[in-house]
Design a protein around this ligand. Sequence first.
Ligand SMILES: [Fe+2]
Ligand SMILES: [Fe+2]
Length: 341
Amino acid sequence: MAGTTLQPLLPAPRGPVSAAVCEAVVSAKATASLPDAPVADADPFGDDLQSALLVLYELHYRGFAEVSDDREWDPDLLTIRGRIEHRFLDALRDRIGQVPALDDQIDRLLADDPDDTGASGYLRDHGSWSQMQDYFVHRSIYQLKESDPYIWLVPRLRAWAKAGVVAVSFDEFGGGRGDHVHAELFRELLRAADLRPDYLAYVDQVPAEALAAANLPSVFALHRRWRGAAVGHFVGTEVSTGPGAKRLVDALDRLGAPGECRLFYSEHVLADAVHEQVLRHDVVAQLVEHDPTLADDIAFGIAALSTVEDDLSARLFASWNGASWDGAADQSPGAGAGDRG
Ligand SMILES: [Fe+2]
Ligand SMILES: [Fe+2]
């Protein structure tokens, strides 16, 4: 695939909506079929809609080798994107119900319940190297553009909130060093783990839950209307990443993993302790002080993040404990790429 180019190839369609979108991004003539795409009938968290949404969002990031850059602002593509986004956001609202208060959610994330540590807790205590590779593969869709969505926030904020987002982003984007960009550290992690480091290399292998986790920050950050939720997604990510990264460092040490794999997570243990403080005090507190109406959206962003991350964890647990998974036959690092995806 596009190992030597900057742009990935389009993913394989996963149903009628993603098939219509993949045709329409390549050819403007194919947009005629978009109004008939069965968006309303598709599972809002399922393969077809999440895959279609990922393709539409990627037009704003790296694009695709077969797609003209001019397709980014095609009104018909934006229309179907809006229809899918409405389905996704409505379904998230239904799932979440009464959104817990902002302070309660941040307190809960800070408490880092030791009994509810998700995939990172499992990997620390029980994970095999092939399960760790599997985790990297599922994370790769978002991690290779880590923090890119949040940069859309900058023109929508001012004063302390703007300064805080930029300060954290400066670290996420390498602090002035290309080889320290967190997405580049993840590329090195993939390479060291005998996995493919190309952008979207595993897009056809991962389930809808991994696509939804990558799509969620984009649905918030590409809409000014959802700037509060984008901030919520950012702060929720930074608050929860530090403890999760510590568990993964412990897992990688136990497995004797390559240093590049360890570095990505050890970097986050240190950095996110600071990022979490900046985002809570400079960004969230200042934003709510100046515009209290945003508090509910920030809270929704955190709750939505928890929802899609819990789905992804559940999916990983199910595959690791399923009959088809041979994680019990523990492989050593370098024994071969996890081709399960
Ligand atoms: Fe990061
Ligand atoms: Fe961070």
